[in-house]
Design a protein around this ligand. Structure first.
Ligand code: F3S
Length: 95
């Protein structure tokens, strides 16, 4: 099992998930974050940290976002690790 960052993260990058992660499983792409399945320890801590509910375990990943599992595996190894929370791409105070 692993956890997967799905479509709601795209264009947001709130990065609250990064602070919740006890290992260095998150990688930062230009528009969204990705979880490296080789690093993820399936702890579930990031799921509730994400304000837009973008993170799912691979067995609860909604069907329409199934391709994000492969995308996370592919992109996480191409993008740098992110270990600290940063300013999101969207304004946190706007709906
Ligand atoms: Fe993305 Fe949610 Fe993390 S928007 S950066 S998965 S807190």
């Amino acid at each position: 099992m692993t956890y997967v960052v799905a479509e709601p993260c795209y264009g947001c990058k709130y990065t609250d998930c990064v602070s919740a992660c006890p290992v260095d499983a998150f990688h930062e792409g230009e528009k969204m974050l990705y979880i490296n399945p080789a690093e993820c320890i399936d702890c579930d801590a990031c799921v509730s940290a994400c304000p837009v509910e973008a993170i799912f375990s691979d067995d609860t990943l909604p069907k329409e976002w199934a391709s994000f599992k492969e995308l996370n595996a592919e992109m996480s190894v191409k993008c740098p690790v992110i270990t600290e929370q940063k300013t999101p791409l969207v304004d946190r105070n706007k709906p």
